[in-house]
Design a protein around this ligand. Structure first.
Ligand SMILES: NC(=O)c1ccc[n+]([C@@H]2O[C@H](COP(=O)([O-])OP(=O)(O)OC[C@H]3O[C@@H](n4cnc5c(N)ncnc54)[C@H](O)[C@@H]3O)[C@@H](O)[C@H]2O)c1
Length: 318
């Protein structure tokens, strides 16, 4: 029997591609995608979909019972930049949805939980280069505070109730299938679309802002890998550091110029600069590499090629 899976927030940037990958692995009918809104045509055509609100415990518990769900992937959240505009809403969504899922696992209604954390758990007092797995964490965004708090609760539910919850601190995720949902690293997706469309891009971060980033294919691989690892391999029950590459808007523009020589970038930093300045430049992810064998495939060169080809192929189909 395939593992029955519920994805909450399946229509988002990561949820869409995670749903498609899990359907490839476990079979379409074994993976129930859900969100408060419908997803892309590709997602909707790929298997069962339910409209559900992650903040409504009864609704989520109802789906779990109806579909006999074993694993829940909780991808619904309000991200860093959007969260700063509506702090209490971000706190409400990010915390309530996590408690609902953790409580379903505590009450043995589901077996396992995947919940993503973020590099936003770190703050200005964190060592910026090669940020260690365990270090000072004083996040300054409501999003970061919610992720750090969430990590503590995951660890608590594991220790106190034996809940099998697994988590990764995603860096900025770069993809072409679904647009990002209001994060501080969104420039690294927009830049590719604008380069192809207009040949120029205005970055909302300065030229030299270095942030940890990852291509979607690697992020999905990490998510699948950590969930496939044996329980005893998962030693960190808050959340694992995860890294692939770090770059600045300027260095990404240089890579794009190798394909589009006339590409021009300009800089108009906005409120997101403050958020970016509070985050690490690079991440030490040795714990993930040692404990469950994490390794990445995409660096900035492979990423640039994959993004430009992916966006162009989509334009041809349309
Ligand atoms: N994308 C990144 O770069 C990144 C980086 C670090 C961590 N993360 C984390 O990964 C997870 C997924 O991020 P994403 O980029 O796909 O986000 P996204 O904003 O693209 O998608 C979130 C999805 O959640 C849905 N949603 C919002 N409120 C809901 C509710 N009440 N009930 C059900 N669904 C609801 C939205 O409709 C959306 O489809 C989040 O926890 C996020 O914090 C993302």
């Amino acid at each position: 029997m395939p593992t029955k899976i519920l994805i909450i927030g399946a229509s988002g940037q990561i949820g869409t591609e995670l749903s498609l990958k899990l359907r490839e692995i476990h079979g379409s009918d074994a993976v129930i995608a859900s969100d408060i809104r419908e997803g892309s045509e590709e997602l909707m055509a790929s298997g069962p979909f339910e409209i559900a609100n992650a903040m409504d415990y009864e609704q989520i518990a109802g789906l779990v019972e109806k579909h006999q769900i074993e694993d829940v992937y909780l991808m619904a959240a309000m991200l860093s930049a959007t969260g700063e505009k509506a702090p209490m809403k971000a706190w409400g969504l990010n915390m309530d949805s996590l408690f609902h899922v953790l409580n379903l696992a505590k009450d043995k209604k589901i077996k396992r939980v995947f919940w993503p954390s973020s590099i936003a758990v770190f703050g200005p007092s964190t060592p910026k280069e090669n940020t260690p797995q365990t270090t000072i964490m004083e996040p300054t965004t409501v999003y970061g505070i919610s992720k750090q708090t969430g990590e503590r609760w995951c660890s608590y539910y594991n220790k106190k109730y034996g809940v099998d919850v697994r988590s990764i601190r995603y860096p900025g995720i770069i993809s072409y299938k679904t647009l990002p949902g209001g994060g501080t690293t969104d420039y690294a997706v927009e830049i590719f679309h604008e380069a192809i469309k207009d040949g120029k891009y205005t970055s909302f971060l300065t030229a030299s802002t270095s942030l940890p980033m990852m291509f979607m294919e690697d992020a999905i691989k990490a998510t699948v890998d950590i969930m496939e690892a044996p329980t005893e391999a998962i030693k960190v029950r808050s959340s694992y550091n995860l890294a692939a590459m770090s770059f600045t808007p300027e260095s990404l523009a240089e890579e794009i110029k190798k394909y589009i020589p006339t590409f021009e970038i300009s800089y108009e930093p906005d409120f997101r600069q403050d958020i970016a300045d509070s985050w690490p430049s690079s991440i030490d992810d040795n714990a993930a590499r040692e404990d469950w064998g994490w390794s990445h495939n995409f660096d900035i060169v492979a990423l640039t090629e994959a993004m430009l080809n992916g966006i162009k192929a989509q334009l041809v189909v349309k």
